[in-house]
Design a protein around this ligand. Structure first.
Ligand code: AP5
Ligand code: MG
Length: 215
Protein backbone atom coordinates (compact mmCIF):
# COMPACT_ATOMS: atom_id res chain seq x y z
CA UNK A 1 0.00 0.00 0.00
CA UNK A 2 1.19 3.54 -0.83
CA UNK A 3 -0.48 6.49 0.87
CA UNK A 4 0.01 10.23 1.14
CA UNK A 5 -0.71 12.11 4.37
CA UNK A 6 -1.69 15.62 3.31
CA UNK A 7 -2.35 18.57 5.58
CA UNK A 8 -0.93 21.91 6.72
CA UNK A 9 2.03 22.25 9.12
CA UNK A 10 1.05 20.85 12.51
CA UNK A 11 -1.90 18.83 11.14
CA UNK A 12 -0.43 15.64 12.60
CA UNK A 13 1.16 14.02 9.52
CA UNK A 14 4.34 13.01 11.36
CA UNK A 15 2.45 11.91 14.47
CA UNK A 16 0.12 9.65 12.50
CA UNK A 17 2.88 8.33 10.23
CA UNK A 18 4.91 7.22 13.27
CA UNK A 19 1.88 5.40 14.66
CA UNK A 20 1.17 3.63 11.36
CA UNK A 21 4.80 2.54 11.13
CA UNK A 22 4.53 0.93 14.57
CA UNK A 23 1.16 -0.70 13.99
CA UNK A 24 1.24 -1.69 10.31
CA UNK A 25 4.97 -2.01 9.60
CA UNK A 26 4.80 0.56 6.80
CA UNK A 27 7.72 2.95 6.11
CA UNK A 28 7.48 6.70 6.72
CA UNK A 29 8.99 8.84 3.97
CA UNK A 30 9.18 12.35 5.39
CA UNK A 31 10.96 14.85 3.15
CA UNK A 32 11.12 17.23 6.14
CA UNK A 33 13.02 14.62 8.20
CA UNK A 34 15.29 13.79 5.24
CA UNK A 35 16.10 17.48 4.71
CA UNK A 36 16.75 18.07 8.42
CA UNK A 37 19.14 15.07 8.41
CA UNK A 38 20.91 16.56 5.36
CA UNK A 39 21.21 19.96 7.07
CA UNK A 40 22.65 18.31 10.19
CA UNK A 41 25.14 16.29 8.16
CA UNK A 42 26.14 19.36 6.12
CA UNK A 43 25.67 17.59 2.75
CA UNK A 44 25.38 19.68 -0.45
CA UNK A 45 21.57 19.24 -0.30
CA UNK A 46 21.56 20.33 3.34
CA UNK A 47 23.65 23.42 2.61
CA UNK A 48 21.16 24.44 -0.12
CA UNK A 49 18.07 23.69 1.98
CA UNK A 50 19.04 25.21 5.35
CA UNK A 51 18.13 28.88 4.83
CA UNK A 52 15.03 28.03 2.75
CA UNK A 53 13.67 25.84 5.56
CA UNK A 54 14.44 28.43 8.22
CA UNK A 55 12.35 30.93 6.24
CA UNK A 56 9.51 28.40 5.97
CA UNK A 57 9.62 28.33 2.19
CA UNK A 58 9.69 25.26 -0.04
CA UNK A 59 12.90 23.54 -1.10
CA UNK A 60 13.19 22.85 -4.86
CA UNK A 61 11.02 20.14 -6.42
CA UNK A 62 14.08 18.42 -7.95
CA UNK A 63 15.82 18.02 -4.59
CA UNK A 64 12.86 16.54 -2.72
CA UNK A 65 11.78 14.23 -5.55
CA UNK A 66 15.34 12.87 -5.78
CA UNK A 67 15.31 12.21 -2.02
CA UNK A 68 12.03 10.31 -2.29
CA UNK A 69 13.33 8.15 -5.17
CA UNK A 70 16.47 7.25 -3.20
CA UNK A 71 14.47 6.40 -0.09
CA UNK A 72 12.07 4.14 -2.02
CA UNK A 73 15.05 2.33 -3.55
CA UNK A 74 16.46 1.67 -0.10
CA UNK A 75 13.33 -0.21 1.06
CA UNK A 76 11.93 -3.59 0.10
CA UNK A 77 9.45 -3.78 -2.79
CA UNK A 78 6.70 -5.14 -0.57
CA UNK A 79 6.98 -2.54 2.24
CA UNK A 80 4.13 -0.01 2.26
CA UNK A 81 5.04 3.67 1.91
CA UNK A 82 3.60 6.60 3.85
CA UNK A 83 4.46 9.88 2.17
CA UNK A 84 4.60 12.57 4.88
CA UNK A 85 5.04 16.12 3.61
CA UNK A 86 5.48 15.05 -0.02
CA UNK A 87 4.18 15.90 -2.61
CA UNK A 88 3.70 19.60 -1.85
CA UNK A 89 3.41 21.10 -5.34
CA UNK A 90 1.80 20.09 -8.64
CA UNK A 91 5.27 19.36 -10.05
CA UNK A 92 6.02 17.03 -7.14
CA UNK A 93 2.66 15.28 -7.56
CA UNK A 94 3.53 14.65 -11.21
CA UNK A 95 7.05 13.49 -10.35
CA UNK A 96 5.65 11.05 -7.79
CA UNK A 97 3.58 9.32 -10.47
CA UNK A 98 6.76 8.59 -12.44
CA UNK A 99 8.73 7.61 -9.33
CA UNK A 100 6.03 5.12 -8.24
CA UNK A 101 5.25 3.82 -11.73
CA UNK A 102 8.88 3.02 -12.52
CA UNK A 103 9.04 0.96 -9.33
CA UNK A 104 5.82 -0.97 -9.94
CA UNK A 105 3.92 0.97 -7.27
CA UNK A 106 0.76 3.07 -7.38
CA UNK A 107 -1.09 5.33 -4.98
CA UNK A 108 -3.90 3.83 -2.94
CA UNK A 109 -5.11 6.77 -0.86
CA UNK A 110 -4.49 10.42 -0.14
CA UNK A 111 -5.48 11.01 3.48
CA UNK A 112 -6.42 14.65 3.97
CA UNK A 113 -5.94 15.65 7.61
CA UNK A 114 -8.48 18.41 8.08
CA UNK A 115 -7.65 20.91 10.86
CA UNK A 116 -8.69 24.27 12.19
CA UNK A 117 -5.84 26.68 11.34
CA UNK A 118 -6.21 28.50 14.66
CA UNK A 119 -4.95 25.40 16.49
CA UNK A 120 -1.79 25.02 14.44
CA UNK A 121 0.45 27.66 16.01
CA UNK A 122 -0.10 26.17 19.47
CA UNK A 123 0.55 22.66 18.18
CA UNK A 124 3.76 23.67 16.45
CA UNK A 125 5.27 25.93 19.09
CA UNK A 126 4.66 23.25 21.77
CA UNK A 127 6.22 20.43 19.78
CA UNK A 128 9.46 18.64 20.73
CA UNK A 129 10.98 15.27 19.94
CA UNK A 130 13.43 12.71 21.29
CA UNK A 131 16.94 13.55 20.08
CA UNK A 132 17.80 9.83 19.97
CA UNK A 133 14.84 8.10 18.24
CA UNK A 134 12.79 11.04 16.93
CA UNK A 135 9.54 10.18 18.75
CA UNK A 136 7.35 13.29 18.77
CA UNK A 137 5.86 14.95 21.88
CA UNK A 138 3.98 18.11 22.83
CA UNK A 139 4.20 20.38 25.91
CA UNK A 140 0.42 20.15 26.43
CA UNK A 141 -0.95 17.32 24.28
CA UNK A 142 1.60 14.48 24.61
CA UNK A 143 4.17 14.52 27.39
CA UNK A 144 6.52 11.55 27.98
CA UNK A 145 4.98 9.22 30.60
CA UNK A 146 8.02 9.76 32.86
CA UNK A 147 9.10 13.41 32.70
CA UNK A 148 12.38 13.84 30.80
CA UNK A 149 12.53 10.21 29.59
CA UNK A 150 11.47 9.10 26.10
CA UNK A 151 8.65 6.50 26.19
CA UNK A 152 10.05 4.69 23.19
CA UNK A 153 13.83 4.47 23.69
CA UNK A 154 14.54 5.80 27.20
CA UNK A 155 16.57 8.71 25.79
CA UNK A 156 16.87 11.81 27.96
CA UNK A 157 17.80 14.44 25.34
CA UNK A 158 15.01 16.27 23.51
CA UNK A 159 15.09 18.83 20.69
CA UNK A 160 12.93 21.50 19.08
CA UNK A 161 12.85 22.50 15.41
CA UNK A 162 14.34 25.82 14.34
CA UNK A 163 11.35 26.56 12.08
CA UNK A 164 8.83 26.00 14.89
CA UNK A 165 8.20 29.65 15.74
CA UNK A 166 5.05 31.69 15.17
CA UNK A 167 6.55 33.82 12.39
CA UNK A 168 7.90 30.95 10.28
CA UNK A 169 4.68 29.01 10.78
CA UNK A 170 2.82 31.84 9.05
CA UNK A 171 5.05 31.52 5.96
CA UNK A 172 4.71 27.71 6.03
CA UNK A 173 0.92 28.07 6.13
CA UNK A 174 0.97 30.51 3.21
CA UNK A 175 3.10 28.08 1.20
CA UNK A 176 0.63 25.31 2.02
CA UNK A 177 -2.38 27.35 0.90
CA UNK A 178 -0.72 28.61 -2.29
CA UNK A 179 1.09 25.50 -3.51
CA UNK A 180 -0.01 22.34 -1.68
CA UNK A 181 -3.77 22.65 -1.14
CA UNK A 182 -4.27 23.10 -4.92
CA UNK A 183 -2.99 19.56 -5.61
CA UNK A 184 -5.92 17.98 -3.72
CA UNK A 185 -8.35 18.29 -6.68
CA UNK A 186 -5.95 16.24 -8.84
CA UNK A 187 -6.36 13.31 -6.45
CA UNK A 188 -10.02 14.04 -5.78
CA UNK A 189 -10.72 13.59 -9.50
CA UNK A 190 -9.21 10.09 -9.19
CA UNK A 191 -11.50 9.27 -6.26
CA UNK A 192 -8.65 8.43 -3.86
CA UNK A 193 -8.97 11.28 -1.32
CA UNK A 194 -10.25 10.36 2.14
CA UNK A 195 -10.75 13.12 4.70
CA UNK A 196 -10.15 12.62 8.45
CA UNK A 197 -10.89 15.04 11.27
CA UNK A 198 -7.45 16.14 12.48
CA UNK A 199 -8.97 18.06 15.40
CA UNK A 200 -10.04 14.81 17.06
CA UNK A 201 -7.97 13.08 19.72
CA UNK A 202 -4.74 11.57 18.29
CA UNK A 203 -5.95 8.00 18.93
CA UNK A 204 -9.22 8.69 17.12
CA UNK A 205 -7.36 10.09 14.12
CA UNK A 206 -5.21 6.93 14.01
CA UNK A 207 -8.31 4.76 14.21
CA UNK A 208 -9.99 6.69 11.39
CA UNK A 209 -6.93 6.24 9.15
CA UNK A 210 -6.63 2.53 9.97
CA UNK A 211 -10.29 2.07 9.04
CA UNK A 212 -9.64 3.66 5.65
CA UNK A 213 -6.58 1.46 5.05
CA UNK A 214 -8.57 -1.65 5.98
CA UNK A 215 -10.88 -0.77 3.06
P1 AP5 B 1 7.95 19.31 7.33
O1 AP5 B 1 8.90 18.73 8.30
O2 AP5 B 1 7.21 18.44 6.43
O3 AP5 B 1 6.96 20.27 8.14
P2 AP5 B 1 5.41 20.67 7.89
O4 AP5 B 1 4.76 20.22 6.67
O5 AP5 B 1 5.42 22.13 8.13
O6 AP5 B 1 4.66 19.84 8.89
P3 AP5 B 1 4.99 19.61 10.37
O7 AP5 B 1 6.05 18.57 10.52
O8 AP5 B 1 5.23 20.92 11.05
O9 AP5 B 1 3.59 19.09 10.90
P4 AP5 B 1 2.97 17.64 11.03
O10 AP5 B 1 1.74 17.60 10.22
O11 AP5 B 1 3.99 16.55 10.81
O12 AP5 B 1 2.55 17.69 12.57
P5 AP5 B 1 2.99 16.80 13.83
O13 AP5 B 1 2.51 15.41 13.64
O14 AP5 B 1 4.43 16.99 14.17
O15 AP5 B 1 8.72 20.39 6.43
C1 AP5 B 1 9.61 21.33 7.00
C2 AP5 B 1 10.24 22.17 5.91
O16 AP5 B 1 11.02 21.34 5.04
C3 AP5 B 1 9.25 22.89 4.97
O17 AP5 B 1 8.84 24.13 5.51
C4 AP5 B 1 10.11 23.04 3.70
O18 AP5 B 1 11.03 24.09 3.82
C5 AP5 B 1 10.89 21.73 3.67
N1 AP5 B 1 10.17 20.65 2.94
C6 AP5 B 1 9.73 19.46 3.46
N2 AP5 B 1 9.14 18.71 2.51
C7 AP5 B 1 9.18 19.45 1.37
C8 AP5 B 1 8.69 19.23 0.04
N3 AP5 B 1 8.02 18.09 -0.28
N4 AP5 B 1 8.90 20.21 -0.87
C9 AP5 B 1 9.57 21.33 -0.57
N5 AP5 B 1 10.04 21.62 0.66
C10 AP5 B 1 9.85 20.68 1.62
O19 AP5 B 1 2.08 17.48 14.95
C11 AP5 B 1 2.39 18.77 15.46
C12 AP5 B 1 2.22 18.80 16.99
O20 AP5 B 1 0.84 18.67 17.30
C13 AP5 B 1 2.95 17.65 17.71
O21 AP5 B 1 3.58 18.16 18.85
C14 AP5 B 1 1.85 16.65 18.07
O22 AP5 B 1 2.12 16.04 19.31
C15 AP5 B 1 0.59 17.55 18.14
N6 AP5 B 1 -0.58 16.84 17.62
C16 AP5 B 1 -0.66 16.05 16.50
N7 AP5 B 1 -1.92 15.58 16.34
C17 AP5 B 1 -2.65 16.08 17.36
C18 AP5 B 1 -4.04 15.95 17.75
N8 AP5 B 1 -4.90 15.20 17.05
N9 AP5 B 1 -4.45 16.60 18.87
C19 AP5 B 1 -3.57 17.37 19.60
N10 AP5 B 1 -2.26 17.52 19.28
C20 AP5 B 1 -1.80 16.89 18.18
MG1 MG C 1 6.04 16.54 10.33
Amino acid sequence: MNIILLGPPGAGKGTQAQRLVERCGMRQLSTGDMLRAAVKAGTPVGIKAKAVMERGELVSDEIVSALIGEELDSMGDDAGAIFDGYPRTAAQAEALEGILGSRGRSLDYVIEIDVDEDALVERITGRFSCATCGKGYHDTFEQPRMPGVCDKCGGTEFKRRKDDNAETVRTRLEEYRAKTAPILPIYDARGIVRKVNGMADMDDVTEAIEKILAG
